[in-house]
Ligand binder design. Structure first.
Ligand code: NAD
Length: 485
């Protein structure tokens, strides 16, 4: 890929600009360990410029405010079409920057981002208030107004898709956005900004400020011109951010980490459950907030299921992320790979049984941050690998004796993002789904998403919902108007 095909500057007021200080940081291809390009690094002054551009489009009489809501939706629709048409280009950028297989970035993540834009384009103009009768001499109604400037802060695991999950509903509701991508994966959303401009999104409506969380992210959280922070990232940073946002009383929504249980009962279709278990933990290299990182298996089906799971995992080899047949790419960074290896060591040291993997993989180049699909068995619920989010291709397997003990184990972490239940017994499936404290429960499937279905966490997995109608609440506020007749 030529340097010119990449956007590596800040996107402020519709222009790609250098940081005021001229600062940049290197973004690395985790499959080759080579620098892809230098990316402009925003400090407080750049964030301020982005906020001013975004605020200008919230002023009465601005292009964005004068635009009919449905016309805003048409722009979102055009961007969705452009993303679809250019999925190969932006998918390749995502793969170079993140290490995920091109199969995922081009054929799963980018189409999912486009679907999200299509979905919210249809909401533009349909976010309405109500008339509410309260007295004979009054005409009373509500308005659903945008919040203003939304500061979005996003992680590196689905750089394009998770940014679009924030941008699409925020813009459909008439807000403007200043978005900070994770520093190691800024390139796809910068390219997206180029597409959005080409599709007619007015300058200042979307601004991208790449840079480190502690600098750029903090400047956003502190900025009085940002009305709300929509955050996706780790629980630790989410807690810190929420405390800090209290100083300017920003509205905060937090999509945080997970340690999701994937529960397989003995009466399930075990072949489907085995396939599902692999997809749950190894899709996206396990760098998925909703990853099924805890496999809970009913005692009597344990040996049969694990034989299937291990056999399939053995066939999953890491490969060049740009190769269309690769299904397991490179861990996003050296730091993350070291974290994952640290957890693997903890699993071994704390006495879990290693069934497969447990070490780095080499794709024949001697380079890149690849880790073999790793499966631990006989994991005690108190072990580190059963409690902490690893965010890598590492599965912790536990056994249970009946539905009650499965539920107890499933709920025994601080997280509550997602879960799955595999069984042929319909009422058991629904009973367990109700008892699990999680924002999403899949039955006889895993990792299925749709823009129409809300997604978010219980407990320390956060609050607020991305996707669906729920996200419209997150990006609007209600005004009551009382007319005395
Ligand atoms: P992270 O919390 O380290 O970083 C997320 C973002 O916050 C990045 O843009 C980062 O630069 C920024 N940031 C870091 N420190 C900051 C600070 N002090 N102030 C403001 N911003 C700051 O998370 P990550 O490692 O990029 O992503 C992985 C985490 O994200 C995992 O915990 C994963 O579960 C979570 N995640 C959650 C969801 C969800 O929808 N619930 C989706 C994807 C990822």
């Amino acid at each position: 890929m030529t340097e010119t095909a990449l956007q590596n500057k800040l996107f402020i007021g519709g222009e790609f600009v250098d940081a005021i200080s001229g600062a940049t940081f290197a973004t690395i291809n985790p499959a080759t360990e080579e620098t892809i390009t230098e990316v402009a690094s925003a400090a407080a002054a750049d964030v301020d410029a982005a906020v001013r551009a975004a605020r200008a489009q919230m002023e009465p009489g601005s292009e964005w405010q004068k635009m009919k809501p449905r016309d805003r939706g048409k722009i979102l629709f055009r961007i969705a079409e452009m993303l679809t048409a250019r999925a190969a280009e932006i998918g390749r950028i995502e793969t170079l920057d993140n290490g995920k297989p091109i199969f995922e970035s081009q054929f799963v993540d980018t189409p999912a981002a486009a679907e999200c834009l299509y979905y919210y384009s249809g909401w533009s103009g349909k976010v309405t208030g109500e008339t509410i009768p309260v007295a004979e001499n009054a005409f009373t109604y509500t308005l659903r107004e945008p919040l203003g400037v939304v500061g979005a802060i996003t992680p590196w695991n689905f750089p394009l898709m998770l940014a679009v999950w924030k941008i699409a509903p925020a813009l459909a509701c008439g807000n403007t956005v200043v978005l900070k991508p994770a520093e190691n994966t800024s390139l796809s959303i910068l390219k997206f900004a180029e597409y959005a401009r080409e599709c007619g999104l007015p300058p200042g409506v979307l601004n991208i400020v790449s840079g480190p969380g502690a600098v750029t992210g903090t400047a956003m959280v502190d900025h009085p011109g940002i009305d709300a922070i929509a955050f996706t990232g780790s629980t630790a940073v989410g807690k810190e951010l929420m405390a800090r946002a209290a100083r300017t009383l920003k509205k905060v929504s937090l999509e945080l980490g997970g340690k999701s249980p994937n529960i397989v009962f003995a009466d399930a279709d075990l072949d489907a459950a085995a396939r599902g278990a692999l997809n749950a933990i190894f899709y996206g290299k396990g760098e998925v907030c909703a990853a099924g990182s805890r496999l809970l298996v009913e005692e009597s089906a344990h040996d049969e299921l694990m034989a299937k799971v291990v056999e399939r995992a053995g066939k999953m080899t890491a490969g060049d992320p740009l190769h269309p047949k690769t299904r397991l790419g490179a861990i996003v960074s050296q730091r993350q790979m070291e974290r994952v290896m640290g957890y693997i060591d903890a699993g071994k040291n704390e006495g879990a049984t290693l069934l497969t993997g447990g070490e780095r993989a080499d794709i024949g180049t001697g380079k890149g941050y690849f880790v073999k699909p790793t499966i631990f068995d006989d994991v005690d619920p108190k072990m580190t690998i059963a409690q902490e989010e690893i965010f890598g291709p590492v599965l912790a397997t536990m056994r249970f004796s009946d539905a009650e003990s499965a539920i107890e184990k499933a709920n025994a972490t601080v997280y509550g993002l997602a879960a799955a239940v595999w069984t042929r017994d319909i009422s058991k499936a629904h009973r367990v789904a109700r008892a699990i404290k999680a924002g999403t429960v899949w039955i006889n499937s895993y990792n299925l998403y749709d823009p129409a279905l809300p997604f978010g966490g219980f407990k320390e997995s956060g609050f607020g919902r991305d996707q669906g109608r729920d996200a419209l609440d997150k990006y609007t506020q209600t005004k009551s108007v009382w007319v005395n007749l």
